[in-house]
Design a protein around this ligand. Structure first.
Ligand SMILES: [Zn+2]
Length: 360
């Protein structure tokens, strides 16, 4: 590829991947849309249960998560736009819709059980797409769906490490899935739920009673304030709702648990979706890592600066400076391992100098 070639990489990242996810396609357009695994026959009965989320709540949750991040996107001269998820099957009228109300209506009506985020460095519009089919899955809760939305926001605002293009190894302008998960739990959910009473769900059940006792113990061992502990419980609850939906399983024997962390250590940061267990570990780590960091959590950190996307402003988004910026916004594994980005997807020493793929 010669210098000066103008390319637009409209990058789209899906929330879930099916087995056998493929490598990125040609650089001119990179889509990693994978369908949510089809339910097994034993799950069909479960899926006949009434969904928890209705259209009104679907719309409200999307607006709630997008609104504060719209202000932060403006700092980068960008705007977050909703669009119909790329793989969704919708009517012709929906395909040409441009107003947000119609896009929301069409998104809700689609059976698409996935979500995606996309960004090009040359375009001012950063996009998010969410399928109504995902929100209607009976294992999905409002808390879990908020986490889904925060994961997509995390692709845009989570920063280093960024996805790498398969052929060139250059960075694409969205965070890898592990980072999107970590950002969702550490930063986004805290921001969205900051003003809520986070002790109980809408039915008045305490989150503390709906998560594993070990998770409660871990939240309590890290957080002293009652409000922080409750937020931690709620984040773990959201993570479990997400994971149950992702796994598509109802057998408690095979559902990931906070007591069985993924002990695998990657040599190179995972470019795609980590295992469900690894993702749960990441949600827990994010819940256990504050955004206001103290010296004992990370000597290099000051606090999380929400106006900055670690590495995004740099000409070498995978390099040492980008890695340092990201570390300064998270917990250090040598000092606060409970809240550090898990090794099952993150390689802390790895850096890779090089520019943005779509600026070649
Ligand atoms: Zn994703």
């Amino acid at each position: 590829m010669s210098a000066g070639t103008t390319r637009t990489a409209a990058l789209l990242l899906a929330l879930f991947s099916a087995c056998g996810a493929t490598a990125p396609q040609r650089p001119s357009r990179v889509d990693t849309i994978d369908r949510f695994p089809a339910p097994r026959s034993s799950e069909m009965e479960i899926n006949e249960r009434k969904p928890v989320i209705d259209e009104v709540q679907f719309r409200a949750l999307i607006h709630r998560v997008m609104e504060p991040y719209q202000k932060l996107a403006a700092l980068h001269n960008a705007k977050i736009v909703l669009r119909i998820p790329v793989d969704a099957t919708v009517s012709k009228d929906c395909m040409s819709a441009t107003d947000e109300d119609t896009i929301l209506r069409c998104s809700w009506l689609s059976d698409f059980t996935n979500a995606d985020a996309g960004r090009s460095r040359q375009e001012e519009n950063w996009s998010i797409g969410v399928g109504g089919g995902l929100a209607r899955l009976p294992t999905m809760t409002p808390e879990g769906f908020t986490l889904v939305l925060c994961h997509e926001i995390g692709h845009l605002f989570g920063g280093f490490p960024f996805l790498r293009e398969g052929f060139t190894g250059l960075a694409l302008p969205v965070s890898v899935d592990g980072q999107a998960d970590y950002f969702a739990a550490q930063v986004c959910l805290r921001k969205i739920w900051a003003q809520d009473d986070n002790a109980k769900n809408a039915e008045g059940v305490f989150y503390e009673q709906m998560i594993e006792p070990l998770a409660v113990t871990q939240c309590n061992s890290v957080h002293e304030a009652k409000e922080e502990r409750e937020l931690c419980y709620k984040t773990v609850f959201a993570g479990m709702s997400f994971i149950k939906t992702l796994s598509g399983k109802v057998d408690p024997e095979v559902i990931p648990s906070v007591g069985t962390p993924d002990m695998n250590e990657v040599g190179v940061t995972d470019n795609y979706h980590p295992s469900p267990q690894c993702r749960l570990d990441t949600f827990l780590a994010g819940a256990l890592c504050p955004t206001v960091l103290h010296e004992n959590q990370n000597p290099a950190a000051v606090y999380y600066d929400e106006t900055r996307i670690p590495g995004y402003q740099l000409s070498s988004p995978g390099g040492e400076v980008a890695r340092s910026q990201a570390l300064a916004a998270s917990c250090h594994e040598d000092f606060w391992p409970e809240g550090a980005r898990p090794r099952c997807w993150f390689s802390p020493e790895q850096t890779q100098e090089g520019g943005w793929m779509n600026e070649l």
